[in-house]
Design a protein around this ligand. Structure first.
Ligand SMILES: CC(C)(COP(=O)(O)OP(=O)(O)OC[C@H]1O[C@@H](n2cnc3c(N)ncnc32)[C@H](O)[C@@H]1OP(=O)(O)O)[C@@H](O)C(=O)NCCC(=O)NCCS
Length: 228
């Protein structure tokens, strides 16, 4: 009986501490969750039950140690976060204010990824590298970007502000601001609110084959110029 009481007391203190820390340091994130998740009924639900928010709290602690060059502790906290929430955020990643990870499970954010303010990530999003390269090898995501469930954004590319990456898209090229991208490989279907006809507008197609052809054309034109 005494053990049970002690356990309950410990639980209450732990939850009170957790709620206080989140309310003090993560107001923007709580606000983002309330605004971006129509299913969020109350602040208490967000504070106590949202794994995406808890993943960010643990990431901030891990990032603090990473910046102090205490890499092992940073990775350790990050792995605890992964175990508890199903979200793996490398402590070296840089994440702006008001980020919301909805549902959370399966999100992976690489070491050199940079995420702007007010970004929404759904479950299964990967911000990853494309190979074994070193240095900046993960994407830079602008402000107010939404990345749909299961989307993969790979390599040292930039996703412009206010862009929307569709569910399950695979994006391997830079994306201009205010764009909607869908498919594999990702192609722009909307820009600045204007629908883009991919069969006619080759400038905005992210198809790697198309881009290689364009690069080849450029090189041939350069060679022809030099030989004149
Ligand atoms: C991309 C998305 C934002 C729609 O944007 P939109 O600008 O409203 O796009 P539309 O619905 O007008 O569709 C444009 C075209 O892209 C296609 N499309 C839309 N979403 C797509 C996707 N995820 N993958 C592939 N094609 C997609 C549509 O079929 C349409 O094709 P068409 O022009 O040949 O008919 C949305 O479909 C999406 O993927 N959202 C992600 C939401 C999510 O992950 N939710 C998880 C909740 S748990």
């Amino acid at each position: 009986m005494l053990f049970l009481l002690k356990f309950l007391l410990f639980l209450i203190i732990f939850l009170a501490l957790k709620v206080t820390v989140i309310l003090l340091f993560f107001q923007e994130e709580v606000k983002a969750a309330k605004e971006k998740d129509p299913a969020a009924r109350s602040i208490w639900e967000i504070l106590l039950l949202y794994q995406g928010l808890h993943a960010l709290v643990l990431y901030r602690i891990a990032h603090f140690f990473y910046k102090k060059k205490l890499y092992f502790i940073a990775r350790w906290i990050s792995q605890i976060g992964r175990f508890l929430t199903g979200v793996e955020i490398h402590p070296g990643a840089t994440i702006g204010k008001g980020c919301f990870i909805d549902h959370g499970m399966g999100v992976v954010i690489g070491e050199t990824a940079i995420i702007g303010d007010n970004v929404l990530l759904y479950q299964g999003v990967t911000l990853g590298g494309t190979g074994l390269e070193k240095g900046k090898r993960h994407p830079t995501i602008g402000n107010n970007v939404v990345i749909g469930a299961g989307a993969k954004v790979l390599g040292n590319i930039t996703i412009g502000d206010n862009s929307y990456i569709g569910a399950n898209a695979v994006v391997i090229r830079d994306v201009p601001p205010n764009s909607t991208i869908v498919g594999v490989p990702g192609r722009i279907t909307k820009q600045d609110g204007r629908k883009i006809d991919v069969s006619l507008d080759h400038i905005h197609i992210l198809d790697p084959l198309m881009q290689n052809l364009e690069e080849l054309e450029k090189r041939i034109a350069d060679l022809e110029k030099r030989n004149k």
